[in-house]
Write a protein that binds this ligand. Structure first.
Ligand SMILES: Cc1cc2nc3c(=O)[nH]c(=O)nc-3n(C[C@H](O)[C@H](O)[C@H](O)COP(=O)(O)OP(=O)(O)OC[C@H]3O[C@@H](n4cnc5c(N)ncnc54)[C@H](O)[C@@H]3O)c2cc1C
Length: 454
């Protein structure tokens, strides 16, 4: 076994299902050699470990972090693209891009993800309903496949590998470099409109009209409120601010970008953590009241609009040693009644934390394992050690499938192989492509074994 590897226990962001692997950090040029070495139970890439479950873990095998330098970031202003090593994080990238007047095509709720992780999960952001997921913006990438070859792929060249790698959860090879499109911006601020909604019907109604005219749209739902307040929430819609949106002081330095971390949660939070039904209920009430009933044109910074949680380091420790799960699914448009009954079930369980997101997705892309489809996606965090969680999620899994939906692999910790097979009708097609590029099944992960992906 390679002497540079260290045995390490890894978890995802949810801190559940720890497993031990040999972990190493490599530069792309070393990957071919590393793939020739015996790896026990296979090998998989790890970015910044922001997937919630076991996607970037490999019990008894090898897990590799790919080092990439920000000095190799190349912006092409003519085509509006950037070429970047896959180990570079969106945080590092935005610190380079924003002051030059560019923004990443898609950002998740945290900027601490790598480009490789963004491609492997085909991440989505607040702009999915108009601009799709990350994979739609990737023009080309280079991937080190199982035999050690560096393979160039794009929608035109080796398209099977290209689309199987987007959303392929690291199981087709190591992405080492990618070129993708950027959004030109005049300022580093965003203009945001807020609407506070009294109940579920009002929220769904507000979201159903007008989304197509705005670039960014997402809602928060209070999943502890009952009775008349069931499904109340707040909808925020926005776009990048133009120079003319800024006051004279801000317009003097329109592309200033200085994200900061304000506090750190220590690794030891006692017992079942600080997130319980009562604390969450109080938080939700305060959170809702601070929002205006309707306001247009608030100017916010990129961190406060896109990545508010990033100002608190290690906030995942708030749930205590047992960790938490993030349950995320999508159901197609037309299944609003099913969505409502799923939400009712979650509310009745009293397991939801304040971290809840509801969003309308737009068109899917060509990647067989890409999660988004046109419809409603709901994301909810719940403590992993809560009584009744397994029964709740099993029941929700069935309802999601019955409604024609599916679950997001990058967030999953609890679902089953059968549920994923049913939710991803193109899984077999993806497996056949994977098999061609990795016939000996060198790439493997805990997620792949648990959900029988390979
Ligand atoms: C606070 C928070 C908010 C989030 N919000 C969103 C959101 O809004 N939308 C969304 O879509 N996701 C969201 N996520 C999930 C996150 O975007 C994805 O899990 C992303 O894949 C994490 O990237 P990472 O670099 O940490 O990868 P890891 O978590 O380390 O790995 C994820 C997967 O990518 C693979 N991988 C990593 N690097 C490579 C590589 N170089 N080559 C091949 N495969 C690779 C791994 O094998 C693994 O399967 C959020 C996560 C957090 C913690």
């Amino acid at each position: 076994m390679n002497p540079d590897y260290r045995r390490q226990v890894l978890t995802g962001w949810g801190l559940t299902s720890p497993s031990a692997a040999l972990v190493g950090e490599v530069v792309p040029g070393e990957l071919a050699e590393r793939l020739k070495e015996p790896t026990g139970r296979g090998i998989v890439a790890r970015g910044l470990g922001r997937s919630y479950g076991d996607a970037a873990q490999n019990a008894g095998g090898v897990v590799l972090r790919i080092g990439s330098s920000t000095s190799e970031v190349v912006i092409d202003s003519d085509s509006g693209t950037v070429t970047v090593g896959a180990g570079v994080s969106l945080d590092e990238l935005m610190r380079i891009l924003v002051p030059k007047g560019w923004f990443v095509p898609v950002t998740p709720g945290t900027r601490f993800v790598t480009v490789g992780g963004a491609i492997a999960s085909d991440i989505h952001g607040k702009n999915h309903h108009v601009e799709g997921s990350f994979g739609r913006h990737v023009r080309r990438m280079s991937v080190v496949v199982a035999n050690g070859d560096l393979v160039e792929c794009s929608p035109a060249e080796n398209p099977d590998l290209f689309w199987a790698t987007i959303g392929g959860m690291g199981l087709t090879g190591f992405v080492v470099e990618a070129t993708f499109g950027l959004i030109p911006i005049e300022t580093s601020r965003c203009v945001v409109d807020t609407v506070r909604c009294r109940d579920f019907d009002e929220l769904i109604g507000e979201m159903s009209i007008g989304d197509d005219d705005v670039r960014y749209s997402v809602a928060w739902v209070d999943l502890l409120a009952t009775g008349r307040r069931f499904g109340r929430g707040v909808l925020w819609r926005g776009d990048h601010a133009k120079l003319s949106d800024l006051d004279a002081r801000e317009a003097g330095d329109p592309l200033r970008y200085e994200p900061r971390r304000v506090v750190t949660v220590p690794p030891i939070v006692p017992g079942r953590g600080l997130v319980g039904a009562t604390t969450s209920q109080i938080f939700n009430e305060l959170w809702l009241r601070k929002e205006p009933i309707r306001r247009s044109g608030s100017v916010k910074s990129i961190p406060s609009y896109f990545h508010p949680l990033d100002s608190i380091s290690s906030w995942n420790h708030l749930y205590g040693r047992g960790g938490f799960v993030q349950y995320q699914f999508v159901v197609p448009f037309g299944a609003e009644a099913a969505l409502r009954s799923i939400v009712e079930r979650i509310v009745a369980s009293r397991l939801a934390s304040p971290l809840v997101v509801l969003k309308r997705f737009g068109e899917a892309n060509e990647a067989p394992l890409s999660f988004p489809m046109p419809g409603w996606t709901l994301t909810v965090d719940m403590p992993a050690v809560a009584d009744g969680l397994a029964e709740l999620t099993r029941a929700l899994d069935d309802s999601v499938l019955e409604a024609g939906g599916r679950h997001y692999l990058a967030k999953d910790a609890l679902t089953s192989a059968a549920i994923v097979r049913a939710g991803y009708p193109r899984l077999r097609e993806w497996q056949e492509i994977r098999e061609r590029w990795d016939p000996e099944r060198r790439f493997c992960s805990d997620l792949a074994r648990r959900l029988e992906l390979i």
